[in-house]
Design a protein around this ligand. Structure first.
Ligand code: NZQ
Ligand code: ZN
Length: 387
């Protein structure tokens, strides 16, 4: 286990009526002007908007609405939100939605405190911002675990980059599984696969040697796989949705990462595919993972063999370690098919021409935690296999 420091600032309110039960006390701690931030309007259809506006009004807040946050939020949208927050002198941001709303708000909360451009500050000057408007998140679609950390994935359209920016931590996360009942099943599954991917990408990080974080990660992976199957069988299964919601939080609250350098190479590839095509994150990961793992598994053979046995129940009798590891990757690929996720970009209606493939490969970040030192040509080959 590597040396580590672990501190965790996000308070969790989990379960039925979490907003009604806990939001009033949280709002009492913050200033009068609250930015209510949300996406394309699902919260109006589900009634979550009405419920939250009533709680905000009862708390005596002046509400400033910041709406239309798109999936794969853009840097332009961040700047729009930051300008609004500055103009209205917002005291607190309440982000209501999935990973996209939460991510956008983390950077709005930060950019609103600085004159300097946050992208330049982080990527050119290599400074991490320390000032933020305080914020909280009400999760309506789980999977990314974005509400648990201060990383945000933002698409800079002019630069053709989808990259991480560091912003605000939420003071609290409201996690009511019933809020996720209205999420379309395709998004439920892609969100839950994102959770599985976060756990895998942490597990296959460094060191390869198994530690407690990895054993907890195996439990999160098994739980996620089981509950994806359950929620497909019965979309109204609130218990399965609860498990998926907490698994999503567990994969991104830092616990599984303790003592490890994470991998996240699959994410880096997917983010750049997203920068060029605006594709769905969880679906993109589903296409990429089996090809990526077939490319790298020999460099972490014992870990991939363990993954096969502990997560996918592969019987190793009479098999070599290589065969066991390959059977685990095949089990993952079979599961992706079983749950109706795409296995090619074409199935996602995403077309990558040769020029785009090369540009994506060239702009993909190589991670320190990946077991194999990949090259641009390796990424290009993986992308071609994914087409
Ligand atoms: O915009 P609205 O109308 O609200 O609809 C959303 C959106 O269309 C809908 N939705 C959300 N809650 C709903 C609902 N529909 C019905 N009922 C509800 N209760 O769901 C759709 C997808 O939402 P979105 O937030 O885009 O999805 P997700 O949560 O998967 O977030 C994806 C973004 O998070 C980033 C991804 O790259 C992507 O940009 N990630 C953030 C991470 C982080 N900060 O830790 C980690 C991840 O690896 C990921 O990269
Ligand atoms: Zn992800």
């Amino acid at each position: 286990m590597n040396t580590f420091t672990y501190e965790y600032p996000v308070k969790q309110y989990f379960g039925e009526k979490a907003a009604a039960n806990h939001l009033p006390a949280e709002l009492a701690k913050v200033g009068k002007t609250v930015m209510l931030a949300y996406g394309g309007g699902s919260i109006k259809r589900t009634g979550i908007y009405d419920e939250l506006v009533e709680i905000l009004k009862d708390a005596g807040k002046e509400v400033v609405e910041f709406t239309g946050i798109m999936s794969n939020p853009t840097y332009a949208k961040v700047q729009e939100g930051a300008a609004l927050a500055k103009e209205k002198q917002v005291d607190f941001i309440l982000a209501v939605g999935g990973g996209s709303v939460s991510d956008c708000c983390k950077i709005v909360a930060t950019q609103a405190k600085y004159e300097q451009d946050i992208w330049e500050m982080e990527y050119t000057d290599h400074q991490i911002p320390t000032e933020h408007i305080p914020m909280g998140v009400v999760v309506t679609a789980s999977g990314t675990g974005s509400e648990q950390n201060n990383g945000a994935v933002i698409t800079h359209e002019e630069k053709k980059l989808k990259a991480a920016l560091w912003g605000a931590y939420a003071a609290f996360a409201i996690l009511d599984p019933a809020y996720t009942l209205s999420v379309p099943m395709k998004q439920v599954i892609s969100g839950a696969f994102d959770t599985l991917s976060h756990a895998m990408e942490t597990y296959f990080g460094q060191p390869e040697e198994v530690n407690l974080s990895d054993e907890l990660g195996e439990a999160v992976m098994r739980n996620t796989i089981r509950n994806i199957r359950k929620v497909i069988e019965n979309p109204k299964d609130v218990s399965a949705r609860s498990e998926l919601m907490w698994a999503s939080a567990m994969a991104e609250n830092g616990i599984l990462k303790i003592g490890k350098v994470t991998d996240f190479q699959g994410h880096m590839i997917e983010h750049q595919v997203g920068a060029y095509t605006d594709c769905n994150h969880g679906q993109g990961l589903a296409v990429i993972h089996p090809h990526l793992y077939r490319t790298i598994y020999r460099d972490a053979l014992s870990k991939f063999a363990r993954f096969a046995k502990e997560v996918w129940n592969v019987d190793d009798t009479g098999k070599s370690e290589d065969e066991v590891a390959q059977a685990g990757i095949q089990a993952l690929a079979d599961f992706i098919k079983e749950i109706g996720l795409p296995t090619t970009f074409a199935e996602m209606n995403v077309t990558l021409d040769d020029d785009m493939v090369r540009k994506i490969a060239e702009s993909t970040v190589f991670t320190a935690g990946c077991c194999k030192k990949l090259t641009v040509d390796d990424i290009e080959r993986i992308l071609i296999q994914c087409k």
